[in-house]
Design a protein around this ligand. Structure first.
Ligand code: SF4
Length: 834
């Protein structure tokens, strides 16, 4: 729902389109059931349809006439905006036309919402130019058959006036409550004081920097080590900004769902201090819906039927009666009470809350972004303050969001269905598979025969002139052959593009068919997988590479994004202010480049608030853990863990570069007589661990007893960051290796890409992400001023300056080379800290 608000000294000014007003006040009926198909080219075809009809009208007809009406209330002004498709002013009457384009089967019954939209236009016209009767025409233009269906009604000025009045009044009534709540909220925000009596070291600087960011706008990166209280330091000034001049809504985005808990606890503290701030926690459908992963089924889910009949009441209750935190429990209660889908409700509530909290996707993924905030037409653009928690994760997540992949292993149900119902579609997919396989086998796109009669698609109009190929072999430029089953191509061969386009046409015809059977979801997913891929290949830019891989019979065509900075910055640049923050954003130049900020944006790097004497980093450079040498290191690493864990009874976490390494060391540890005979519990992360198993693991760690617990986990995994084991829950961390991501083709391509631009590609692809993981793992150790502990880093590479220099200067470090040195160093530390 497009409503925006800004505030001058006295009143709020709000803005809504005629279309959104009608949707908000008058929409009734069911929630759309199941995945439905709208061709991506539909908007363009619709625009063309409009233009075609408009140009066929006479000379007195004016197309695309903008209308605006401003309503002034004591506490706000509302601007109602719209654009009527056509106006003809006659001596006796005013002719207003609203055009809607349609495709496929049509009931030939005009929609009530369309009539309402037209009557509202009539009402605004009448207010601006009173006195003449109105001739309202609702025209439906069927795009495929080129047929016009016209519906006319003649209305008096008083009719359209009272219609507008009635609809507007309902909306204004809602806005009265919305603004009253906002005024009350602002009063609580203006009086809000920081919830802690003492500011932690560094926290004051962060508070001030975030406050300035929201005043001036732009982007900022803050590296705030553990213990600074960065959650509150980011949230408090951002909430304060809601009562200021620029920010109308706050959006907090996170890499992982459990991260929401920390923010929700901080919000609870602010609520206790008096803040009345409405927060919506947005989660994926399967996490909100009581049916979990089961598909939405309109036949069995009553919460879809008549959803819009009950939405208004549910929305009112959520905003004005429910607790300030609208989390899954509250949304489900509302779903139960009003018999509405809780997930759909959350999307309809988003424009009306003060804080939206959710995954990175909602801000950065073009397929999941909140359109009322990030859409091109959004009136909220530039009025959002965006907080990006644990921003170091956004680089790889951005790569995923902006890479496209076609996987033939998902094709089987669609191919079978097409074979029966539309064999041409199945043939096109097989041809595509064959030619991709041929490329892997021979290095050329052989065996393609596409008829010159292939008709051009409307999906990619810019490509209209593409000539269809008639050759049976198309030479391809293979940039790199990594193995017989893996190549990097310079570009998508034209013949593949043509096959994909034709397939999209065939699939589209089928998807438009009503009552398509169970294959609908698979075909729909396949359609969009190929569509997104093809659309992306039309975009300019050299920061993607095309990888073709085979695994048995399955082929993957991956358009891999090596540098997501352009896409990431395109999103955050739509906000008023964006704060990137994390405990680890070093080196800043690396993150600055990849998050798309620049030297014009401010960076803040805060020192750790903890005493150096609270902990010790012991760097063991006597063990080689590179991929080739790690096989010789298992026993030595096990011994280091054993020595460390026996230096003092307590809990330890050891982080490994891979599950295989973890398993090998686990085996050696289990056989060590020093451990088997002692009160020691060994626990390990498994590849299958879900969120509840993770919580269980952490619960054991938090239990107080006289056992030593050793947890083995992988770096960069579910225990590598975002866990808080304060006090005695963790007194030691062992990190095996320098954290480098596994060597693979994608990482090598990142390296080559940045090398080509004169940067150190290895740093971008491997070293910096690796050291970030190490820092995150070590960051688990000291969480409060009372904590004491040791971090043991194992790898000969730390003796090399290129790695050593990346470890923070603030870390107290000691370099050792042997087990005896390790024992002595541990003893020294614990002796001085007991
Ligand atoms: S309540 Fe669940 S099953 Fe029903 S419509 Fe919503 S998401 Fe689908």
């Amino acid at each position: 729902m497009g409503v925006s608000n800004s505030r001058d000294d006295k009143a709020f000014s709000l803005d809504v389109s005629v279309r959104d007003l009608v949707e908000f006040v008058l929409r009734r009926g069911d929630l759309r059931s199941g995945p439905s198909f709208t061709s991506p080219s539909r908007a363009l075809e619709g625009t063309r349809g409009h233009q075609k009809l408009q140009s066929s009208r006479d000379d007195h007809y004016r197309a695309e006439v903008a209308l605006k009406w401003v309503t002034v209330r004591p506490t706000f002004t509302l601007t109602l905006r719209g654009r009527i498709d056509g106006v003809r002013e006659g001596p006796e009457e005013i002719f207003l036309e609203e055009i809607k384009t349609i495709t496929g089967e049509w009931s030939e019954k005009p929609s009530d919402l369309h009539w309402a939209q037209l009557r509202i236009y009539g009402g605004i016209w009448n207010r601006l130019n009173p006195s003449k009767p109105l001739h309202l025409r609702l025209t439906y233009f069927h795009l495929e058959s080129d047929t016009e269906y016209c519906f006319d009604e003649k209305k008096t000025p008083s009719f359209v006036e009272s219609f507008l009045q009635e609809v507007l009044e309902k909306y204004l009534k809602w806005l009265d409550r919305h603004v009253a709540r906002t005024v009350q909220r602002n009063a609580t925000i203006e009086n809000l004081t920081f919830p802690f009596s003492k500011l932690r070291a560094g926290q004051a600087s962060m508070l001030e920097a975030v406050r300035n960011l929201h005043l001036k706008g732009g982007a900022m990166m803050v590296e705030a080590p553990t213990g600074i209280g960065k959650t509150m330091a980011s949230l408090f000034p951002s909430i304060k900004a809601l009562a200021g001049e620029h920010v109308r809504q706050l959006m907090v985005v996170l890499a992982r769902t459990p991260g929401q808990t920390v923010f929700q606890e901080a919000l609870k503290l602010l609520e206790q201090k008096g803040a009345k701030v409405k927060t919506l926690s947005m989660l994926a459908r399967e996490k909100v819906c009581r049916r979990g992963n089961k598909a939405c089924d309109p036949a069995t889910c009553a919460r879809r039927e008549g959803y819009f009949d009950r939405l208004g009441e549910a929305r009112g209750a959520a905003i004005h009666e429910s607790p300030d935190l609208l989390n899954t429990t509250v949304l489900n209660e509302l779903g139960e009470r009003f018999n509405v889908c809780p997930h759909a409700l959350s999307t309809h509530l988003a424009p009306w809350v003060d804080i939206v909290m959710g995954d990175y996707n909602y801000a950065f993924d073009p397929g999941a972004q909140l359109s009322y905030l990030f859409g091109e037409e959004s009136p909220r653009r530039n009025r959002i303050a965006l907080l990006v928690d644990e921003s170091h994760n956004l680089v790889d997540r951005g790569r995923e969001m902006h890479s496209q992949c076609i996987r033939t292993e998902n094709w089987t149900p669609s191919v079978k269905w097409l074979q029966k119902n539309k064999p041409e579609g199945a043939t096109l997919l097989r041809q595509l598979w064959k030619t991709m396989r041929a490329t892997l086998n021979t290095g050329s796109s052989t065996g393609i025969r596409i008829q010159p009669t292939l008709h051009q698609t409307e999906l990619f109009p810019a490509e209209k002139q593409t000539s269809s190929i008639q050759k049976t072999s198309e030479p391809l430029k293979i940039i790199k052959r990594v193995s017989p089953s893996e190549v990097v191509l310079e570009e998508t061969p034209k013949s593949w593009g043509l096959l994909m386009e034709r397939f999209l046409q065939v699939a589209e015809e089928q998807l438009k068919t009503p009552h398509l059977d169970a294959v609908h979801t698979e075909l729909l997913e396949l359609y969009f997988e190929i569509y997104k891929f093809l659309k992306a290949t039309r975009e300019q830019g050299d920061h993607h590479q095309l990888i073709l891989k085979r695994h048995h019979r399955h082929i993957t065509l991956h358009r891999f994004c090596m540098d997501p900075s352009r896409e990431i910055s395109a999103s955050w640049k739509k906000t008023w202010s964006t704060l990137f923050f994390s405990a680890t954003l070093s080196p800043s130049s690396f993150y600055q480049q990849l998050l798309g900020t620049s030297e014009h944006h401010s960076n803040l790097s805060l020192p750790s608030p903890f005493q150096r004497s609270q902990w010790q980093t012991i760097i063991h450079t006597g063990i080689f853990t590179t991929y080739r040498q790690r096989v010789f290191s298992y026993s030595e690493v096990a011994q280091v863990i054993q020595i460390t864990s026996q230096s003092k009874q307590g809990n330890y976490l050891a982080f490994f570069p891979s599950f295989e390494y973890l398993r090998q060391v686990m085996q050696r540890l289990s056989d060590l007589p020093e451990l088997t005979g002692s009160k020691t519990v060994l626990m390990a992360q498994s590849q299958e661990m879900d969120e509840s198993a993770r919580s269980e693991f952490l619960k054991v760690f938090k239990q107080q007893n006289d056992y030593t617990k050793i947890g083995l986990a992988v770096m960069g995994g579910i225990f590598g960051e975002g866990i808080d084991l304060a006090g005695k829950a963790l007194i030691g961390v062992v990190v095996v290796g320098v954290g480098l991501p596994q060597v693979c083709l994608e990482r090598d391509l990142i390296r080559e890409h940045f090398d080509a631009y004169g940067d150190n590609g290895f740093d971008f692809a491997y070293r910096h992400p690796g050291i970030n993981r190490v820092m995150q793992a070590v960051g688990r150790l000291i969480r409060t001023e009372q904590d004491r502990g040791v971090a043991v880093l194992i790898d000969q590479r730390y003796s090399d300056e290129s790695y050593h220099a990346l470890l923070p200067d603030a870390w107290p470090k000691e370099e050792i080379e042997s087990s005896n040195d390790l024992r002595a160093a541990l003893q020294r530390f614990w002796n001085s800290n007991d």
